[in-house]
Design a protein around this ligand. Structure first.
Ligand code: DX5
Ligand code: ZN
Length: 226
């Protein structure tokens, strides 16, 4: 049985006080922080890179930075993100031609490796070989590039398909996830939950984090083999 992990997306935070915002989330029960790295190539927007992540990890030495690399040529940034204190390096399958070599490079730098798929990429594009080497699979439930978008229900069957193939793997969902959409995600088998606006804009982020966690725990108890 996989466990519930909540990873608030800092894209919805006040970037001017990023370290304080991460501390606020940890105080509210977040286990991971989801750091959205965008390069203006793989997606139109630019957010932050290794120098900023490095400041955050200096300010919070035991932070778990779940780095979502929405970048072209993800091979280029493995060393910089590792040096900046990244704990998990999640690249987009669409952005690389050699996912196995990339996973290997990420592991060599002692980071966990994640493989993300955008809404138009089928779950079958993640081969057994790649998934077995990866530590986490990320099913995007919006098109990568912006926070606050509407959750795409049509991505949910991909979560179920991956959960059926990989019962013990961490499966993350990202995009438009919040109290209204968590149940379909959790019931399909995702256990790592990213939420930006739903957590950061809530009057009580701790309550939302707990609600998301409970939904995963409840679903996992049902999904677990008897
Ligand atoms: C979208 C990012 C997401 C985003 C999620 O490109 O990958 O992590 O911040 O934000 P919400 O939860 O607001 O959809
Ligand atoms: Zn993300």
């Amino acid at each position: 049985m996989v466990r519930a992990i909540i990873s608030p997306s800092v894209l919805a935070s006040d970037f001017g006080q990023l370290t304080a915002e991460c501390k606020r989330m940890i105080k509210n029960g977040a286990e991971w922080l989801h750091m959205d790295v965008m390069d203006g190539h793989f997606v139109p927007n630019i957010t932050m890179g290794a120098p900023i992540l490095s400041c955050v990890s200096k300010g919070i030495p035991d932070i778990f930075m779940d780095c979502h690399m929405m970048v072209a040529e993800p091979e280029k940034w493995v060393n910089d993100i590792a040096d900046a204190g990244g704990a998990l390096y999640c690249f987009h399958l669409e952005a690389t031609t050699d996912p196995l070599a990339l996973i290997n490079a990420i592991h060599t730098r002692n980071m966990k490796a994640g493989v993300a798929i955008s809404p138009d990429t089928p779950s079958t594009a993640i081969t057994d070989e790649v998934a077995n080497e990866a530590d986490m699979l990320l099913v995007m439930t919006v098109y990568p590039g912006r926070g606050g978008q509407k959750f795409l229900d049509r991505c949910v069957p991909k979560v179920a398909e991956l959960r059926a193939r990989f019962p013990e793997k961490d499966i993350e969902v990202d995009g438009g996830v919040g109290p209204k959409t968590i149940d379909v995600c959790a019931n399909a088998g995702s256990n790592v939950i990213v939420a930006g606006t739903a957590i950061f804009n809530a009057p009580n982020p701790g309550e939302v984090i707990q609600l998301l966690k409970n939904a995963v725990d409840t679903a996992q108890a049902k999904l677990a083999p008897k």
